[in-house]
Design a protein around this ligand. Sequence first.
Ligand SMILES: Cc1cc2nc3c(=O)[nH]c(=O)nc-3n(C[C@H](O)[C@H](O)[C@H](O)COP(=O)(O)OP(=O)(O)OC[C@H]3O[C@@H](n4cnc5c(N)ncnc54)[C@H](O)[C@@H]3O)c2cc1C
Length: 297
Amino acid sequence: MCSVDMKIENYSHLLDADLKKFCTFKIGGKAKHLFIVHSNNTLLNVCSFCNVHNIKYKIIGYGSNLLFDDRGYNGAIIVNKSENFIFRKNYLYCDAGVNLNALINASMNKNLSGLEFFAGIPSSVGGAIVNSLGAFNHQISDLVEEVICYKKSDPKRRIILSKTDCKFGYRTSTFKDDKFIITRVKLRLTLGEKSSILERMKNCLTKKSRTQPLDKYSAGSVFKRSTLIPAKIIDELGLKGKQIGGAKISNKHSGFIINKENATSIDVQNLIKYINDVVYQKYNQKFELEIEIVPYK
Ligand SMILES: Cc1cc2nc3c(=O)[nH]c(=O)nc-3n(C[C@H](O)[C@H](O)[C@H](O)COP(=O)(O)OP(=O)(O)OC[C@H]3O[C@@H](n4cnc5c(N)ncnc54)[C@H](O)[C@@H]3O)c2cc1C
């Protein structure tokens, strides 16, 4: 399968696409196939196409939680750029490919509150739902009314999941096992005043940029919080600034690993292992990953 002979519109198809360009870490080899899709119909058609041709695929948004393999991805990466959204009263119906920050601004202009706490987080709506995104004690799941999705094994049958069906937890959901295609989400916002929404948004942005290396290539917090608070423990263990190859523990926030100078995926994984080995020696437990390592095969 090289030339795509399907009757699908509104997409681009690249062969041997450089994955560095499709993730915030700027790390990874080449994807055998990469599709950029601009509508939900195209997304579903490309998924069906991959099924028919037995091509493994992964849908991504901004790749802001992903660490690709240095060898790349032996299948199809589908970049979802389906970006329609519409407000109906205080409800927001949005495609999974919409940029969260675009929604934050649009909601604010409609005097609708709820999303402003997530300002500055690089995310599509789909990625936010899969990962149950949260910040400053606010979770996207608090706003979810329903999620429209399809099983990857059956991209023709539409499924509507309620918030309870989504089984949201701390940075997890029913979608985490990569068996679903999310196309659309219904969010419930609350009426507010534009000026106070803007103020909250600015406060969150200021706090975030003061404490996190937003200007560096990373995938956000590497580890999940548990009884152990990763950044605090990494600091205590004197690991801040530790570098392996081009991957470095951020001096600004020890929970972040940054791609300092042409880091490879292996550099990052070695640094993760190094941190976890040191943590294990002291605490007899390891940190669980918040970032997702995407294997080649
Ligand atoms: C600087 C920085 C700061 C961050 N701060 C935060 C923070 O404060 N809070 C927080 O929670 N996270 C944070 N993150 C992590 C990241 O932004 C979130 O996890 C985000 O929701 C990922 O969105 P994405 O669109 O980039 O998803 P991707 O990383 O592209 O994908 C994430 C997962 O979702 C799946 N997926 C994406 N779209 C679909 C779809 N339509 N259907 C099915 N599966 C899909 C992918 O296959 C993958 O498994 C931060 C990251 C960075 C780089």
